[in-house]
Design a protein around this ligand. Structure first.
Ligand SMILES: Nc1ncnc2c1ncn2[C@@H]1O[C@H](COP(=O)(O)OP(=O)(O)O)[C@@H](O)[C@H]1O
Ligand SMILES: [Mg+2]
Length: 442
């Protein structure tokens, strides 16, 4: 951000300070919304203009520096937060301000402001829906991973969202040789380092750009990582016509950061404790992660569920943006099933005969009804025992148990945890495995 301190023009002075919020009385030219203001004598501090109240600019202190005092002079920079884009960023790691986190210099002047979505508006209409194989049986079977679409990995703390996201990166980037953008929002710093090392070992890193704003960052910075990574993705999509895989861990933390920010700004929450601004900003970000006539963005989004409550308004708002929602469950994880997928709560709008084919579609319908039956039989069995079931019910019950085991598999990225090498299944292997359990036809 060194380039920001040039061409300074005084616009006013600090009127008040409240947490991250800095109010600046404007006496000169009005700066733009999202413009960075610079504090006299503190080139390291940046204030981003958020909105205006009469002649006062309400700003966010991005660097959260405590060296500010009322009355300090403020200058315009005529710049906005921007990130480097393009081929020179491949293999690199940045924060939300576009500063490298991997101890190497920036080798490009090509930057884009993160608050301005790419101009391309012509979204892809009906195109050929291409299924990407993930090698994970339950995903390929229940929530097909389709190019240009969004899949959510939803669950409470510790149910396996991060490990599953990593396994998807491991498997899909290996198949596709495609360009990946990774966006780490509000999660553990250690996990970011682990991912970086893993990608480096498997040689995937050279086709990946990473952005991090982990849990130690201010809410302002955490709320900017998503848009920063989206800016990088849009550039590759619209300027280079590339197909991009976009991984976020964790999109819920984006809404959480926005909530903290709105609280700081004194906005009044309404929808279930969230300010409407949170949902507007979320939709804006999700809208950027879509496909245009130039290229596609396919995303995998980990979604944390606060207090294991799927009805949380932010989780609901995120789910509405997704084509497939893979729900991970604590009970399933406790039974040692990985990935710990709740087969009944998991849904996908992409599980259609047009996309997956007639055979797959029919099998999925049968599996879902067997699982539903299992769910209701479980309670009956708890009371009367399995022997009281009709032979047909007993067969379905046994098949359901076999299916649950069948969908469990070892992960390549978890080999260091349990010593078992990862398993990869083609879609054909998955389908015929299921047919072996429940038969080809009913
Ligand atoms: N596929 C897996 N194989 C083995 N262990 C797993 C697997 N998935 C999760 N775990 C275990 O569960 C822990 C929590 O998983 P993690 O993905 O970090 O949860 P979340 O991101 O949902 O909070 C991991 O550190 C690991 O010990
Ligand atoms: Mg996690």
């Amino acid at each position: 951000m060194k380039n920001v301190t040039k061409n300074l023009e005084k616009v006013g002075h600090i009127r008040s300070l409240r947490g991250l919020i800095v109010e600046v009385d404007i006496s000169g030219d009005r700066p733009e919304v999202k413009e960075l203001l610079v504090v006299d004598g503190h080139p390291e501090i940046f204030l981003e203009v958020n909105f205006f109240r009469a002649d006062t600019a309400v700003c966010i202190n991005l660097t959260n520096d405590s060296a500010l005092t009322c009355g300090q002079k403020i200058f315009r920079s005529h710049k906005k937060v921007s990130v480097p884009v393009g081929p020179a960023t491949l293999g690199r790691v940045f924060n939300a301000l576009g500063e490298p986190l991997d101890n190497a210099p920036i080798i490009t002047d090509n930057r884009r402001p993160i608050s301005e979505p790419s101009g391309t508006k012509s979204y892809r209409g009906v195109q050929k829906l291409e299924m990407l194989e993930t090698g994970l049986k339950v995903i390929d079977f229940l929530t097909p991973f389709v190019k240009g679409r969004k899949i959510g990995i939803v669950g409470g703390a510790g149910v396996g969202k991060t490990v599953l996201t990593m396994e998807m990166i491991h498997n899909v980037t290996r198949n596709e040789k495609s360009l990946s953008i990774y966006c780490g929002v509000g999660e553990r710093i250690r996990e970011g380092n682990e991912l970086y090392e893993t990608l480096k070992e498997t040689d995937v890193l050279k086709n990946t750009v990473m952005f991090f704003g982990q849990m130690d960052s201010t809410p302002a910075i955490r709320s900017m990582v998503g848009p920063a990574a989206a800016t990088a993705a849009e550039y590759f999509r619209d300027e280079e016509g590339r197909d991009i895989l976009f991984f976020v861990d964790n999109i819920y933390r984006h809404t959480q950061a926005l909530t903290e920010l709105s609280t700081n700004m004194g906005l009044i929450p309404s929808e279930g404790g969230y300010s409407p601004l949170v949902f507007a900003e979320l939709r804006r970000l999700e809208d950027r992660l879509s496909s245009t006539d130039k290229g596609t963005i396919t995303s995998v989004q980990a979604v944390y569920i606060p207090a294991d409550d799927l009805s949380d308004p932010a989780v609901q708002a995120i789910s509405q943006q997704l084509d497939s929602v893979l729900v991970l469950s604590r009970t399933v994880a406790e039974n040692g099933i990985r990935p710990a997928v709740d087969l009944l709560k998991t849904t996908s709008s992409l599980l259609t005969p047009q996309i997956v084919g007639e055979r797959h579609y029919r099998l999925a319908g049968r599996v879902q009804s067997i699982m539903q039956k299992y769910d209701s039989l479980k309670n009956i069995i708890a009371i009367v025992g399995e022997n009281e079931l009709s032979p047909a019910d007993r067969a379905d019950y046994q098949n359901a148990k076999k299916l649950i085991q069948f969908f469990s598999q070892d992960f390549a990225v978890a080999e260091h945890l349990n010593g078992k090498p990862g398993q990869y299944f083609t879609i054909e292997q998955t389908l015929s495995g299921i047919e072996e359990i429940i038969g080809k036809q009913t």
